[in-house]
Design a protein around this ligand. Structure first.
Ligand SMILES: [Fe+2]
Length: 138
């Protein structure tokens, strides 16, 4: 396993372990700032918030709710966003997108949601700066 594969596996595994547990990830301060990071709890990555905390925007297009997740981060082979995932309040997976820095020049993903309203959790995984979570209401 090369370094890139190892980083991807560890980051994705970490996110999955905490978010698939059907717990309310956003309200568990024990893990925020240590296992995963948020704007409010950036832990050891306090200087990295602006480029790592995912930004969530919701809009209605043709009668359907579209949620767009953006991580304003560089996308180069050595340093990039590996993946976005989006969960509802019960930690049901709403969507995911894996990025390839050779093809994706920005870490942006969109999800067309029907019948979803309330809290959502967007997760962004950096290959160097771990897993970040943003809670939003859509
Ligand atoms: Fe990073």
């Amino acid at each position: 396993m090369n370094r890139r594969s190892l980083m991807q596996a560890s980051g994705l595994g970490l996110a999955g372990a905490f978010l698939m547990g059907k717990a309310n990830a956003g309200s568990n301060p024990k893990f925020a700032g240590s296992v995963y990071y948020t704007s409010e709890n950036p832990g050891r990555w306090a200087k990295k918030v602006s480029g790592h905390a995912p930004v969530v925007q919701a809009e209605t297009k043709s009668g359907k709710k579209v949620v767009t997740v953006t991580t304003p981060h560089e996308m180069v082979n050595e340093h990039f966003i590996v993946k976005h995932t989006l969960f509802d309040e019960q930690m049901n997976l709403l969507g995911e997108r894996v990025f390839d820095p050779a093809k994706d020049k920005a870490a942006i993903s969109s999800y067309s949601l029907e019948g979803v309203s309330g809290k959502v959790y967007a997760v962004s995984v950096c290959n160097k700066h771990d897993t970040w979570l943003t809670e939003a209401v859509v």
